[in-house]
Design a protein around this ligand. Structure first.
Ligand code: ZN
Length: 246
């Protein structure tokens, strides 16, 4: 696997095209935990038609935390891919490159890249990402080793990845991140039978030219992102004044 010391700290804000509109109501669900398992099955991408432009787009603040610096080459490409998928849904992604000591704000979503799945974690085999359910979540975990496995890049762990493979990993990570961002922001959305929100994503989907959310998922993500940003605003506690007088 290729390791390069070019993980530069700093703020990277990716400009995004403001697009989006959905026609279907969001799916309701009973799922409490969203996890994304990799698979080598071939899955067809669902082609989503480009939605018409709109003026106001909610903004999601995402913080990339590569705990062990296991894929410093991947941040830019992964962030670009996630941002493109979110932009197609009419959501603007604003990325920060952080590290394990980064303290995040209330309206930020931490994207934590783990080298592998920790022993003892009750996670499905080959899980590529996981987000706690039950409500909007501010942390999501991405498991690099299983993304590499899904891409077929794990057979020779000592071999350094080519630049092309690094780009492939970055783009695949960006898709897994987008999938998990949807879970974090829209906790009640169910998995779809195909496409980006399928429970399993195989190599064919991870390497194909483009990935989209479905129209109903895009609409749900926009609505969720609006709530997500609002939740980070300082709460206005009711002001009670005790006025002395007689
Ligand atoms: Zn999932």
């Amino acid at each position: 696997m290729g390791h390069f010391d070019r993980g530069v700290q700093g703020l990277v804000v990716l400009a995004a095209v403001l697009l989006g509109a959905g026609r279907h109501p969001s799916a309701s669900a009973d799922e409490t935990e969203g996890s994304l398992t990799s698979s080598r099955e071939t899955r067809e991408a669902r082609a989503a038609s480009r939605p018409p432009a709109r003026t106001a787009a909610p903004r999601l603040r995402l913080v990339w935390i590569d705990v062990l610096d296991s894929a410093p080459y991947a941040f830019e490409g992964a962030a670009r891919e996630t941002s493109a998928i979110l932009a197609d849904a009419g959501v603007v992604a604003a990325w920060t490159l952080g590290d394990s000591s980064t303290v995040t704000a209330a309206d930020e979503l931490k994207v934590v890249l783990m080298a592998g799945v920790a022993n003892g974690a009750r996670l499905p085999e080959h899980v590529m990402g996981g987000t706690r359910g039950g409500g909007q979540s501010h942390t999501t975990w991405i498991y690099l080793s299983n993304v590499l496995w899904a891409l077929g890049l794990k057979e020779e762990p000592t071999r350094r990845l080519s630049l092309q493979e690094e780009e492939q990993v970055a783009r695949a990570l960006g898709r897994v991140v987008a999938h998990e961002v949807v879970h974090a922001v829209v906790p009640d959305l169910v998995h779809s039978h195909g496409g980006l929100m399928a429970e399993k994503l195989g190599r064919a989907f991870l390497v194909q030219a483009r990935a989209f959310l479905g129209p109903a998922e895009q609409k749900a993500l926009r609505a969720g992102a609006e709530r997500y940003a609002a939740a980070g605003e300082p709460a206005r506690a009711p002001l009670t004044l005790a006025v002395a007088g007689h």
